[in-house]
Each structure stands twice: as structure tokens, then as C-alpha cells.
Ligand binder design. Structure first.
Ligand code: ING
Length: 308
């Protein structure tokens, strides 16, 4: 019996600083309904989908940033999203800033099944940007000030008839992310991202932003025989232009569907999870071909050690 998961990359355009959570939820409900009309089982929303990308500003007292975080999920603002998804019998993945009861701050993503139950929570492992205020930057990217790197690692959960994993934004640039899930038999990795253009004062990097975004997700998909769904919050948000290019990638590494705007838009693909085994059981038969006994540096070292 084929295992088809029809998935939507539900891209959001900009969320401005004064946009309410309720307005974001209304936009996501529109995308849910569009996805449902195309027969989707699962809808993937971006990283930090309930607020503007607030790490672009630095506040001296971090408690002044508390209002950007969710202290429970679902909550009053997001309950309508959970209710509508359950009514439509459609699952979703949602990224948001999490403030735990003991005061920890994570960049978090959840997976919600068709019955409305939260079946998985992932907290971002690779936190990019900087820890302190850097006033010379055109805009801050102070994720390392606002979020704690998770030590929980990468999980893979049985859901939607397959094995589903999650990663967030910068995680997608590190091959270890995909391999950790590949070694758990992942069949579909869900990823939201906020990727500012002009991040470094080097215009050539902007021209490469889309190329690098596709490169890392396509290679991660192919090298681990898994689907990858990358979903942007794109467009001009509080004066900062952000990459769109949301896409659904097959285990071959091919892009199966992609958005064409930088606003609210879905890209949909029917994903036959058994396609993964055309790669997992041949070229990337890990048990047969991998050599962990000679990969010691990968887990023993953080930085490079260059011999003289
Ligand atoms: N954003 C960016 C990302 O990894 C970044 C950080 C921007 C890295 C531009 C490199 C170039 O896409 C997040 N939120 O991780």
C-alpha cells in the first residue's frame, strides 16, 4: 500500500512588528483552507510564524522581550488555528518563540496531527547570529541573545503514516542535522526559516542566498533519502528583505514544488514516502556503506584543528 503524504509549504510574507498574533493566525487559516482544498494532509508554516523576527532588535533587558514568546501552546491566540485544522482534518507544523515556566527561551517548532494533538516538539539546535548588541550592523541578528541552543538533539516521530523530523532555519545549513535524522530513518524533514538578505555587507552573498538555501536542503535530502519541506517567512519585514523560495524536495534531491512570490502562498506536492527507499536501500544504505569508525572528529571536535 503506497504511503502518500500530500504536504503544503505554507509560506508567509512579512509579519510587521505591530501585527497581532491573531492576524498571523487568520493568515495561516487562509493557507490551511487553501491546502485542504488541494487535499493536503500536512501544512508546514515558517519559523517564528506568530511574530515579526524580533531578534533584529536588541533590548538591554531581555524581560522586555517576553511578549514575543508563547508560554503555552495552544493558547488563546492560536486555538482558532488548532480548531480549524482539526475541523479540516489536516495536520500542521508551526514555529514560534517558547518561554518555558522555568524561564528558558527556545526557538521552537511543533508537529500537530490531524486530530489536533501535539505529537512532537523540536527546539532549535544551531543558533546563528550574535549574543551582544552590535550597533554597527544595519540590523541585529541577535538570536544567540534571545534563544538557548537546545541540547535535546533531533527527533524523528511516527506521524502521518511515516517518520517525520523537524529542523529550524540555520539547522538546515549543517549536514549533521540531516544525518542525525537520517540515522533514525527519517522520511520527511519539516523546516521553517527566516533568512534576511543583506545579512552580511557583501552584496554577492545576497545573489547566493537562494542558491545556498536550495543547495543545503537538496543535498541533505539526497544524502539521507528523505523529503525536505523548507518554508520561508519572506518579503520586506520591518525594512529587512528576507528570502522566500519555499520548496518541497524529494529524496532524489529534486525540487518538486516551489513558491513563486515572497508573500502568503502555498506550494503543494504529493509525496510517496516509499520513494525514500530508492536511495536508503541502494546508494545510501548506511548500514552497508558508512564508516563511523573513521568519522571520530565529527563528534569529538567542535572547531577545526589544523596541523602545522
Ligand atoms: N537565519 C539565517 C539562516 O541560517 C543566516 C541566519 C542568514 C545565515 C544569512 C547565513 C546567511 O538562514 C536563521 N534564523 O537561522
Amino acid at each position: 500500500m503506497t504511503r502518500i503524504v500530500t504536504v503544503a509549504a505554507a509560506q508567509l510574507g512579512p509579519i510587521q512588528r505591530d501585527d497581532s498574533r491573531e492576524s498571523c493566525v487568520e493568515r495561516m487559516i487562509v493557507l490551511l483552507r487553501q491546502s485542504s482544498s488541494t487535499g493536503c494532509d500536512l501544512v508546514v508554516f515558517p519559523e517564528l510564524a506568530l511574530t515579526t523576527f524580533f531578534p533584529r532588535w536588541f533590548v538591554q533587558d531581555i524581560n522586555e522581550a517576553d511578549h514575543w514568546y508563547e508560554t503555552s501552546m495552544p493558547n488563546a491566540a492560536t486555538q482558532p488555528l488548532f480548531d480549524e485544522a482539526k475541523r479540516l482534518r489536516i495536520g500542521f507544523s508551526l514555529g514560534y518563540a517558547e518561554l518555558t515556566p522555568d524561564g528558558q527561551r527556545f526557538n521552537t517548532q511543533i508537529l500537530v496531527e490531524k486530530d489536533g494533538s501535539v505529537v512532537a516538539k523540536y527546539r532549535k539546535v544551531h543558533i546563528p547570529g550574535h549574543e551582544e548588541h552590535e550597533p554597527d550592523r544595519p540590523f541585529q541578528h541577535a538570536e544567540r541573545y534571545y534563544f538557548t541552543p537546545s541540547n535535546e538533539g533531533f527527533g524523528v516521530w511516527k506521524a502521518f503514516g511515516g517518520r517525520i523530523g523537524m529542523m529550524i532555519c540555520n539547522d538546515r545549513r549543517w549536514p549533521e542535522t540531516y544525518r542525525e535524522m537520517g540515522l533514525q530513518g527519517v522520511e520527511m524533514i519539516l523546516c521553517g526559516y527566516n533568512t534576511p538578505l543583506h545579512y552580511v555587507p557583501d552584496p554577492s552573498q545576497d545573489a547566493l542566498a537562494g542558491f545556498h538555501n536550495a543547495l543545503v536542503m537538496q543535498s541533505g535530502a539526497y544524502q539521507n533519502g528523505t523529503f525536505v519541506v523548507g518554508v520561508a517567512k519572506g518579503g520586506l519585514e520591518e525594512g529587512v528583505d528576507s528570502l522566500a523560495d519555499s520548496s518541497i524536495i524529494g529524496p532524489s534531491g529534486e525540487i518538486l514544488a516551489k513558491t513563486t512570490t515572497n508573500g502568503d502562498e502555498i506550494a503543494v506536492a504529493a509525496c510517496d514516502l516509499d520513494w525514500c527507499y530508492q536511495y536508503k536501500n541502494t546508494l545510501f544504505d548506511f548500514d552497508r556503506y558508512r564508516r563511523p569508525e573513521v568519522y571520530q572528529r565529527i563528534t569529538r571536535q567542535r572547531g577545526a584543528i589544523v596541523a602545522d
